[in-house]
Design a protein around this ligand. Structure first.
Ligand SMILES: Cc1cc2nc3c(=O)[nH]c(=O)nc-3n(C[C@H](O)[C@H](O)[C@H](O)COP(=O)(O)O)c2cc1C
Length: 252
């Protein structure tokens, strides 16, 4: 059984590829949250996997909150996580491992890491990758998938997290304070908006409605940036931070 989250498609691609190869159930965390049912019955021998993007060198809060509510009828024999990140994830694996232990009494057996195109544009100096680099990262991720799939099949231990420099500081200090700054208030649409409703469609949290033909955000946002990146007219901006920056979403 695989639970996943994705805003801009990188993690969805990884989750779908693994689920297809292993013939495992794939569940999208925001939809499971909306269903309000948190009991899951694992089939004998089924592994438990989590796939999500790294947010501020941590697991996105919505994944951690979901794990707290999760109730498993049988215990899995193998537990793994696979993250996608633009560059590195600090000690996100250690923190998630602790969270799994505390919430479910489970030990994390393996962490897998896919470096993929960056989607964070919400701060000065942070932008999407140049198209050539984005393409290279996607090719490398695709090339890495068969090994990860085989490892999961064989229930192998793995520790792939790319830590980057100052991982403790990034995860424990910057990461810990990240949600203080997360807000959808800076999002706005420009006059290029054509009222197509793509932002409404792609928002994982159903947080956007069209009012007088323009998107309105309702406060349930984790800044996954799907609205910004999927807009066909590049008409959504995040305050001044996203000015002049490009768009990216996984080519599906
Ligand atoms: C809110 C936010 C925070 C991010 N923080 C990090 C980070 O700490 N380290 C990193 O390497 N990439 C970071 N990224 C980049 C994403 O982890 C990366 O682009 C990921 O593949 C996006 O996955 P998705 O397409 O499934 O949404 C961040 C992206 C967003 C939107």
């Amino acid at each position: 059984m695989i639970f996943y989250f994705s805003g801009c498609g990188n993690s969805r691609f990884i989750a779908k590829s693994i689920s297809k190869a292993l013939n495992e159930r794939l569940l999208f965390i925001p939809e499971e949250e909306r269903s309000g049912k948190f009991d899951y019955d694992l089939v004998e021998g089924e592994s438990l996997g989590f796939v999500f993007p790294i947010y501020s060198w941590q697991t996105p809060r919505l994944v951690v909150e979901f794990v707290k509510k999760l109730r498993l009828v049988k215990k899995p024999t193998y537990v793994w996580m696979a993250v996608t990140c633009g560059d590195n994830g600090g000690y996100a694996d250690r923190l998630f491992s602790q969270q799994l232990q505390e919430s479910l009494g489970l030990m994390l057996n393996a962490n897998y890491c896919f470096v993929m195109p960056n989607t964070y544009v919400n701060m000065a100096g942070m932008s999407v990758d140049k198209p050539e680099l984005a393409q290279k990262k996607i090719e490398a991720a695709k090339a890495h998938l068969p090994e990860v799939i085989q490892n999961i099949k064989d229930c192998k231990q793995a520790a792939e997290m790319r830590r980057g420099i100052f991982p403790r500081f990034k995860t424990n200090v910057i990461g810990k304070n990240f949600y203080r700054w997360v807000s959808d208030e800076p999002f706005f649409s420009t006059d290029d908006c054509i009222s197509c409703g793509k932002c409404v469609e792609v928002c994982p949290f159903h947080n956007i409605t069209l009012e007088d033909g323009r998107p309105k955000w309702h406060g349930k946002c984790t800044t996954c940036n799907a609205c910004y990146h999927y807009c066909p007219k590049h008409a959504i901006q995040y305050g001044k931070a996203s000015k002049g920056k490009g768009q990216y979403h996984f080519p599906e």
